[in-house]
Design a protein around this ligand. Structure first.
Ligand code: FES
Length: 78
């Protein structure tokens, strides 16, 4: 299945890169170019990483919840 449409990267390619030692999101971006164009595939790439145990090898956490709410605050001029 194609995960990154912009760079035509499949989940198999991502898993292969992880098996060859790419175990951070930045490395996958560098090696495969995922999430370097429109960025819409980032969450899917991270899901493949989590399924492949890449997160586990980095921090020991088996299942991350990536749907954390992020709050942006607007700075107002004085
Ligand atoms: S779908 Fe991956 S960068 Fe656009």
């Amino acid at each position: 299945m194609i995960v990154c449409v912009c760079k035509s990267v499949s989940d198999r390619k991502i898993r292969a890169a992880i098996a060859e030692g790419a175990d951070t999101f930045d490395e996958l971006q560098f090696e495969l170019g995922v999430a370097t164009c429109c960025g819409k595939c980032e969450e899917s790439v991270r899901d493949v990483m989590a399924q492949s145990g890449a997160c586990q090898s980095q921090c020991g956490v088996e299942h991350h919840v990536h749907a954390m709410p992020v709050t942006f605050y607007e700075r107002k001029a004085a």
